[in-house]
Design a protein around this ligand. Sequence first.
Ligand code: PMP
Ligand code: GLN
Length: 458
Amino acid sequence: MMFRWRKVVCAVARSPTLICEHSRVIRRGIKTVSIMNNKFKLPSRYGAGEESVWVEYIQLAADYKPAVNLGQGFPDFPPPNHVTKALSEIATGENCLLNQYTRGFGHPRLVQNLAKVYSPLINRQLDPFKEILVTSGAYEALFSTILGHVDTGDEVIVIEPFFDCYDFMIKSAGGVPKFIALKPKSTEGEQTSANWVLDEKELASLFTPKTKMLLLNTPHNPLGKVFTRQELEMIADLCKKHDVLCVADEVYEWMVYEPKKHIRIGTLPGMWERTITIGSAGKTFSVTGWKIGWAYGPAALMKNLQVVHQNCVYTCCTPVQEAVARSLEFELARVNSPDCFFVSLARDLLAKRDNLVRVLRENGFEPTVPEGGYFIVANWTGLKNKIDLSTEPDKYRDYKFTKKFAKEASVLTIPPSAFYSEQHKHLGEDFVRFCFIKKDENLALTEKLLKEWNAKKK
Ligand code: PMP
Ligand code: GLN
């Protein structure tokens, strides 16, 4: 898009006759784009979202070719063998109909298996055909939930830092996000994600008669916070008091480190009827590229999501849904075994987390130890005398730091201010996010690169 704009402007500069009345560009009688009256600018209802940390940092990865990429969250090692085997068998199998459209709200075998996985976890029998919607990744589950429930002028409470698309989706639905930041308590000992807390009074003050929804992400990206029962009860009580819908983004539900336990807010008393919970096959099976997600909740609330989904997406990729269904069946058959991927993944990740926490501490960062998820947020300001950020043109210090650090240390990370609203971006500037769902050899390489970088700076 940027490129096309530039081309038009250059063409105009070369030949002023291309500009005619009303600032339109006419070429051989064909109207192309209007360059001055902003006719083709992004519709103002979006309000935000033109810039994306993912677009920018994936391009940086392509440009800098860092030795290790601990930026975007995805595993750099293979998913479980049974998962990829299922997909390859489907692709080459006898049932050619698995290459065709399937039921729009979710492939029957998948919704049936999702009901089998979640029913015991939420202590109620989920109706696979009325209470579950399969979506194009958790992204679309969020999109269909927000677009399906938020009306013009509705207020939505968002906890910062937040997964960046929430803001965009709320604004595109005509809603008004109301932000509240988790803040770190100062501590003498180890900083953990449990120390990042909400101020109860501040949260209560955000609820107004216009509040329609609260978005909760637990386990949390990027902090790794796993909300406690007490914290969830405080949120639930406010939602009930003000008749507010709770959207629980639980894509990291399987990545919770002992002794912490993931609690689903939809299981709290009086919450099922006002909660929509979101999950992701990408996170569950380490296949982020498969882009299958889901939302579940009471049928009356799911109806609105279905309307958005049936008109925007209609149905998701059939062979991938079938493969996710078979993979869930495989895990259900060994659900009480330590080999079940629902528990083995977190066990493997725990060692990686502890290793990276150590490496970061030894190299001048101050990490917040995550209780869940696969990211570590670390304070980098102890290194500020070792890095010259004056050459970096970005507005926020964490963007400057991550870019300069990628160039100097060859380790790519993500700037957390991307997870804050405009007015609170300063809260993220002292931090940097590292992803640790990476091969041990890449974590070992990170240690080597950080040591070398520090040694050069002495
Ligand atoms: N929510 C959160 C908090 C995430 O980190 C992600 C990761 N992309 C998503 C939703 C979207 O998940 P998916 O890749 O399944 O669309
Ligand atoms: N959830 C992943 C992360 O936070 C990927 C995000 C994305 O690609 N948009 O890194």
